[in-house]
Design a protein. Structure first.
Lengths: 285, 282
């Protein structure tokens, strides 16, 4: 059980039995991962690649077929590990009759927050997730983005060292997704480790320090984001107000100095950036 | 150690509280409590079917029967529904990712549902008690005027009935939780739970056969013995009319014996539910 890592997964395998004959379906295949403390870690992969199963095993919600998992040095599924962990499941659902504040208080109590610290812990979690004002409304009246934010509030109310977020931006508009991205960065600034499962690769790229990519239950790539994305065999030169003759001269100079596959293009902003720029100031609160 | 137990009880109490609040808001609960109350109140309207002591017995049987029947349906559906709602809506994911053990989750669910059933039973028994007491006063006046022996009505007997029925519904709740802990669907839990309740109601037949039939073979005896040990005897709680109208006919200690066995059944069934739920994939 390594205490150096927030999560340590060694040789994890999970088989499900399907059908009447009980055929074996391998969801996670001999996965080994070490997630460092204090970083934002992206766990990526296509649907059905075993990400959610891995998260559930880490949280002790599903037993592993083989392998070992530890959280902050404690065996996963123990209350010591869970007390230090916060979890936001994909598309969270909460009791609609409770107000946001009541819900966060409920989960705070389940997480062992003492009664004397309860109000301050709940208000701090609501503030970080920008839900202070909406905290008095019943959850049945919340939009999808607000549900995600209140889900995030319940995940962090007990000040966990590790926060696991499964698709926190699913169904949320880009403005809301950006706000959640900022919250993730704020958690990292507080020294927490965040494990992020998401299909929004642009956001993962922005907020994650490291990523792991899974496919068919196996780990196919793991490393620092800047390392795995960098293409060491390509260079980019960016310039403004470049005239056609100037470009021709520059291209000739580059070719003369041994450069190959020289091309010119206009840099593009991402659709997400354009969208956020156009709808600036609008958010669901 | 003491602190750990305190924290565990606190978590269980909070899960029970939320379960209670969720259950009490269900339209199904409101519908059944209103329907049962209407049935209990209307029992007096059928008094032309019998007179004197028999009439009061009819009112008691009618009312107790309604509480018994609708209470059983409410317990079956509500317990399975509240359990599967947590799994299907995936609130169990968030809940069990907290430092909440599966035992605490089940104990909380049980306590929340049982508290709602307590409201159902005690409200309806109170209404039935009022109906019976009112009619009893009239019958006593009529009997005195006619120089006949007035019928008996024991208020404490009605209260004992309420407690026994609450225990009986507690046993059914624990039974349905035990089935739900391993069931994959709500429908399966309801069907198997209903069969288990029916078997519990008929268990006394096996008990009678085991006690009275001396010509049974070894295999038959073993089979009946097993049935009487494995299936809870739910019939032992149905002594409402005797408790209310003819306390003398109830054997000494029968209420205590039924109460103790009810508590043991609940405990054993909850342990079985916990064992079934322990390794369930959420």
């Amino acid at each position: 059980m390594s205490v150096d890592f927030a999560i340590s997964v060694q040789g994890l395998t999970k088989d499900f039995r399907v059908g009447l004959a009980g055929h074996k379906l391998r969801a996670v295949d001999n996965l080994s991962l070490n997630i460092p403390r204090g970083q934002v870690y992206g766990l990526l992969g296509p649907n059905g690649c075993g990400k959610s199963t891995t998260l559930k095993i880490i949280l002790g919600l599903v037993p592993a077929t083989a392998g070992k998992v530890s959280i902050l040095g404690f065996a996963s599924a123990t209350s010591e590990a869970r007390r230090r962990t916060g979890f936001l499941p994909e598309a969270p659902y909460f009791h609609k009759f409770l107000t946001g504040r009541e819900l966060v208080s409920y989960y705070a109590r389940l997480s062992g927050v003492a009664e004397v610290d309860l109000t301050s812990a709940v208000e701090a979690a609501l503030e970080l997730t920008a839900m202070t004002e909406a905290g008095g409304r019943t959850i049945g009246t919340y939009s999808k983005g607000m549900l995600q934010r209140i889900g995030l509030a319940q995940a962090i109310v007990h000040q966990p060292e590790l926060v696991i977020l499964d698709e926190p931006t699913a169904g949320v508009d880009p403005v809301g997704a950006a706000a959640i991205g900022k919250m993730i960065l704020a958690m990292r600034a507080q020294g927490k480790t965040v494990v992020l499962c998401s299909h929004l690769l642009g956001q993962v790229e922005q907020v994650c320090d490291r990523v792991a990519i899974m496919d068919k239950g196996k780990l196919v790539l793991e490393g620092r984001v800047d390392e795995v994305l960098a293409r060491r065999d390509r260079q980019v030169i960016t310039a403004t107000d470049l005239t056609a003759p100037a470009w021709a001269a520059a291209e000739a100079a580059l070719l003369a100095n041994g450069a190959k596959d020289v091309s010119i293009s206009h840099p593009r902003r991402s659709l997400e950036e354009l969208f956020r720029e156009l709808v600036k100031g609008s958010r669901d609160a | 150690m003491r602190n750990l137990v305190k924290q565990s009880l606190r978590r269980t109490a909070w899960i029970a509280r939320i379960t209670f609040l969720e259950a009490i808001r269900q339209r199904f609960f409101a519908f059944l409590i209103l329907l049962s109350a209407a049935l209990v109140v209307s029992s007096v309207s059928f008094r032309f079917l019998d007179f004197g002591h028999g009439e009061l017995k009819f009112v008691a049987d009618f009312g107790f029967g309604g509480i018994f029947f609708f209470g059983s349906i409410l317990t079956l559906v509500m317990t399975a529904q509240l359990f599967f709602a947590e799994i299907e809506n995936r609130t169990a994911l968030t809940l069990l990712a907290k430092p909440v053990s599966r035992w605490e989750f089940l104990a909380g669910k049980f306590t929340g549902v049982w508290a709602v059933l307590g409201i159902f039973i005690f409200t309806l028994t109170f209404i039935l008690g009022l109906v019976m007491w009112g009619r009893h006063q009239e019958l006593v006046a009529l009997a005195e005027a006619a120089g006949r022996v007035p019928p008996d009505l024991s208020v404490s007997g009605v209260a004992s009935y309420a407690l026994l029925q609450w225990l009986r519904l507690g046993v059914i709740t624990a039974m349905v939780l035990a089935v739900s802990s391993v069931a994959r669907s709500f429908l399966f839990a309801i069907v198997v739970g209903a069969m288990a309740v029916l078997a519990g109601q008929l268990q006394w037949i096996a008990q009678e056969a085991l006690l009275k039939d001396k010509d049974l073979g070894m295999m038959q005896q073993s089979f009946l013995w097993l049935i009487t040990r494995v299936i809870p005897n739910l019939q032992q709680f149905n002594i409402g009319d005797a408790l209310a109208l003819d306390v003398a006919s109830v054997a000494n200690g029968a209420v205590w014996a039924a109460s103790v066995s009810g508590c043991i059944y609940i405990l054993v069934l909850l342990v079985l539910a916990g064992l079934g739920f322990r390794r369930r994939e959420i």
